[in-house]
Write a protein that binds this ligand. Structure first.
Ligand code: PCA
Length: 326
């Protein structure tokens, strides 16, 4: 008995010596998109960077593809503290405030330089709106430019009339309506099923999502319209952030800045690669006809005007700052 107690005491002392002083924090991180998507890859690297910088004390487990919370639930889950950190498509918050959907207006910002200028102009407002909900913005990364996926090439925009269109936010719904298409909201992970069951037969998304959802299985033509670069944002529950020891908080913020820069580079450098992948898998890559370009440009102007009206002074200030930076 005495011996056992003594060895137990010894074991306990040895364990205490082996354990670092600070308690470990384990965070679950819900994200909407699959593991092969560059945004998720970037988040996995972000989690690795945080683990490394904190000596394993802040351990983020990524739950991708909506496996912990569905895309529509992620923001509220983090706001309510059910998960401390998460990722969403920023423009999914358009119903809360038009500021969130500035990046989804066709042709307002359709290059990486413009997308960066628009983000610089809108970031303070986005940060403030999230802060009001107890959320701290960590970083944002754009998807590559959004282009059209169709079963057959369309040169006359009238041919789009009545086409069942896969939408992913209110801006894509609005665009479909302006072009006479019939929009249905479908999560990225549900795209193959929505096409296979005939719920939709066209979409506008990045070459990245075209590849991750194997668009060649149900569409044949990619029309390279490259109309806007919508962003994903990563944010954290502010109380959870403030509860971290100072050094862990600093490590998290530094890893976020690194992830933002890395994500923009990943996005830009995979655009051409993923278009080539669509082509290698049998899709025809075409440029839009003049008539289609004109119809899309007109839709962009209509949507810009409607957005400016909805977004009021705050929207005008964002566009002014954006244009001044161009
Ligand atoms: N992929 C996401 C959002 C934008 C994009 O390129 C999607 O299609 O749902």
């Amino acid at each position: 008995m005495t011996l056992t107690l003594r060895s137990l005491a010894f074991a306990t002392t040895a364990m205490a010596l082996a354990l670092p002083a600070a308690a470990q924090t384990a965070w679950d991180m819900p994200t909407p998109y699959g593991d092969t998507v560059f945004h998720t890859q970037n988040i996995l690297s972000f989690a690795d960077d945080v683990r490394e910088a904190t000596g394993g004390q802040l351990d983020i487990t990524v739950h991708s593809a909506g496996s912990l919370f569905g895309h529509p639930e992620i923001k509220d889950a983090v706001r309510r503290g059910l998960a401390p950190i998460g990722e969403i498509l920023l423009s999914r918050l358009a119903n809360e405030n038009p500021v969130f959907e500035a990046d989804s207006i066709p042709f307002l910002a359709d290059s990486y330089a413009d997308a960066q200028a628009l983000w610089d102009a809108s970031r303070p407002a986005v940060e403030e709106l999230l802060a009001e909900q107890g959320l701290t913005l960590l970083y944002a990364v754009p998807w590559p430019g959004q282009s059209l996926y169709l079963t057959e090439e369309v040169t006359d925009p009238a041919e789009l009339q009545g086409v069942a269109f896969r939408a992913y936010n209110t801006a894509t719904e609005e665009l479909a309506n302006i072009l006479g298409m019939v929009p249905t909201q479908v999560e990225a992970g549900d795209i193959p099923t929505a096409f296979a069951t005939g719920r939709v037969s066209a979409m506008m998304t990045s070459p990245s999502t075209g590849v991750s959802s194997q668009a060649w299985d149900y569409t044949n033509v990619y029309i390279d319209v490259n109309a806007w670069l919508p962003k994903n944002v990563v944010f954290v529950n502010t109380e959870a952030l403030n509860a971290l020891p100072e050094d862990q908080r600093a490590a998290l913020l530094e890893a976020a800045a690194t992830a933002e820069a890395r994500g923009w580079e990943m996005s830009a450098s995979e655009t051409e690669v993923q278009i080539a992948e669509l082509e290698n898998n049998g899709m025809t890559i075409v440029q839009p006809s003049e008539a289609l370009s004109a119809a899309l440009a007109a839709a962009g102007e209509t949507m810009t005007a409607a957005w400016l009206e909805r977004a009021g002074e705050q929207g005008a200030a964002i566009v002014e700052a954006y244009q001044a930076a161009q």
